[in-house]
Write a protein that binds this ligand. Structure first.
Ligand SMILES: NC(=O)CC[C@H](N)C(=O)O
Length: 217
């Protein structure tokens, strides 16, 4: 895939404007797709690979990808501790798929030594729906996002096996399994709105970012 994105900034093409400053963790995974959606919605988007790039944003998206790799790279790049500190300090963070795994307090079926950042009071199970060729799409009723169902694509996604007292389920499959959760400034989905043209999750997240940016400015 060709791209104009570089660390810490977004080149013309997906133009930045005076919207809220939102970073996308760009260690691995589909960070370009998130950057594109966020820029389309008017955010001032930057890619985050270094602690100082994290300091410069009012919100962060952790993309889909491979959580065990993202975890390793976060530690290698010295980002794990700053990310944990930012989450604890109330930075709005939205994680999709691997990003949800990164935000979960407890991860089942992790690889040996895999760590999450935590923050979301949930237990998630990796690869809960099977392998890549068992990927599927479905429509979800998500009242918090309006009456029109959300088209959701699952690609080796995690399921939220239990939701602790601090977190709230936002979406469930027909069989009752939880696939989207919220906790204060944290948002996580098992699926990938960034690849379906569905912008309501990003809009919902940007509202949190704007609110926090206005309170802390
Ligand atoms: N699409 C995805 O982000 C897949 C997540 C991946 N299975 C993981 O464990 O991180």
């Amino acid at each position: 895939m060709t791209t104009n994105l570089r660390s810490g900034s977004l080149d013309a093409g997906v133009s930045a404007s005076a919207g809220p400053r939102v970073g996308v963790l760009a260690l691995q995974g589909d960070f370009r797709e998130h950057a594109h959606v966020l820029a389309t919605l008017g955010a001032e988007v930057s890619l985050v690979r270094r602690p100082e790039e994290l300091d410069a944003v009012d919100g962060l998206v952790i993309p889909g990808g491979e959580s065990s790799v993202m975890d390793k790279l976060a530690r290698t790049f010295g980002l794990q501790a700053p990310l944990k500190a930012a989450i604890a300090a109330g930075l709005p963070v939205y994680g999709t798929c691997a990003g949800l795994i990164m935000l979960a307090d407890t991860v089942l079926d992790a690889i040996a030594g895999q760590e999450s950042l935590g923050g979301l009071d949930v237990v998630v199970r990796r690869n809960a729906f099977g392998s890549q060729n068992q990927s599927f799409e479905t429509d979800l009723d998500i009242p918090a996002l309006g009456e029109v169902p959300v088209h959701a694509v699952f690609i080796r996604g995690p399921v939220v096996e239990s939701v602790g007292a601090a977190a709230t389920p936002l979406a469930t499959l027909a069989d009752g399994r939880v696939v989207a959760v919220e906790q204060g400034n944290l948002l996580g989905t098992s699926f990938h709105p960034e690849i379906t043209g569905e912008h309501r999750f990003h809009e919902y997240f940007l509202a949190k970012v704007r609110e926090r940016a206005s309170v802390s400015s």
